[in-house]
Design a protein around this ligand. Sequence first.
Ligand code: G6P
Length: 484
Amino acid sequence: QFTDRGNNQKSYFMKILIIANRLPVKIERTDDSFIVKRSEGGLATGLGSLEIDAEMHWVGWPGIHVENEDEKREITEKLAALNYHPVFLTGEEIETYYEGYSNSTIWPLCHYFFSYVQYKAEYWEAYRRVNGLFCEEALNFIDDNDIVWIHDYQLMLLPKKIRDNRPNVMIGYFHHIPFPSYELFRVLPEREEVLKGLLGADLIGFHTHDYMRHFISAVYRVLDLNCNLDEICLQDRIVHVDAFPMGINYEQYHQATSLPEVKKISKRLIEELGDQTIILSVDRLDYSKGILHRLEGFANFLENHPEYHKKVSLAMIVVPSRDAVERYADLKTQIDQSIGKINGIYSTLGWTPVYYFYQSFPFNELVALYDIADIALVTPLRDGMNLVAKEYLATKNRKPGVLILSEMAGAANELTDAIIINPNDTQEIESALLQALTMPGKEQRLRLRNMQKRISTQTVRKWANDFIAELLHINRQNNEIFQK
Ligand code: G6P
């Protein structure tokens, strides 16, 4: 049972359909079958804890490339048991819709990498077509009065497509990455259709007020619609826009250091590393993450501060991602070279300046690293939110630690007690490292306490519930207006 913000008496019984590019699963091929494993990312956790009495369904790409109809049927049946409904993509669609329009056009545009943006007619055609495939699959499960919640930049045309077919459902859309300023967005040839696609929603959410403002400004200038700070007036309805900063499952991270397995890993790491100070960085492989600038900042630091040689190491985790996209593959080579150069110059027989891991880590190992790390260096050039910064802070309960955070991450709006830096300024990265290394324990604890207070209340659970509550509230208002 769920009560919305405005009416404590009313309860709702309905379906919620979550539509995202990826289903929250990992599918592995065995000799003659498939194994489906749930992958509990932030989104799945938040949506799993909705305070609403509704049946949950997911529609999304299962992340595996299969063309054989029997195999598709087998996967579909296995997923149906979880209320997950797959949209299968062909090899060509993966190339043009996913690697193409989503990750070579929209992604660089929204992250201010203007010169990386690729315009290809076949990318746009595939994006339209695949948004249509998601719509077809979703329509099998949507009845009037259900809630449809669409996620992220891969599916910006979907709100309108669903609205055209089911005018009475409640439609929410959340944009997980930055929305760029109008001056950048306007360069997109398909700007009009993309915005109209989004306006099929009743509620459009962003992580920050800045992204919200950029979006409304783009709608006003491109579509010439009547807008105010958080509403867009269409002929027959109003689209609401709001900021919902996404959080994490705070308790899961905060309690992790008491898990026996995590304690064991932390103990082993501490024994192996001795009294070395560890700076930790964790990202997906992506040019928006500022990995090369970070390495340059660390190299400057080593050059100018020999007193820290053999005492400080950077543990850099880079999680493989989108490696079929050229820019990502090039970046991987550059990172390898940069780390090779630093280690080549400064390593001694007993000391490695950069420990480099090109792999993803299981939860227990990741939190053990958060636990032992003295400093987290989170320096994206652009980032919608950045949850690594929040995970690091939440895990810190055995000993304190310092967060160095880019002002270009959405999280910087909330985590104002971090050492905030401009990630383009490698000298600033160097001086932030010095400040962190010399920060008294008392100050570390004070800053940490302030930030933990914030992230322990603004959790992913709250994020998801706030969004749905606002969507229900808007729907009730609309119904009242309609009845009058
Ligand atoms: C970002 C995007 C997500 C995406 C994730 C992983 O966080 O906002 O929509 O799922 O990256 O990227 P991938 O391309 O592997 O799905």
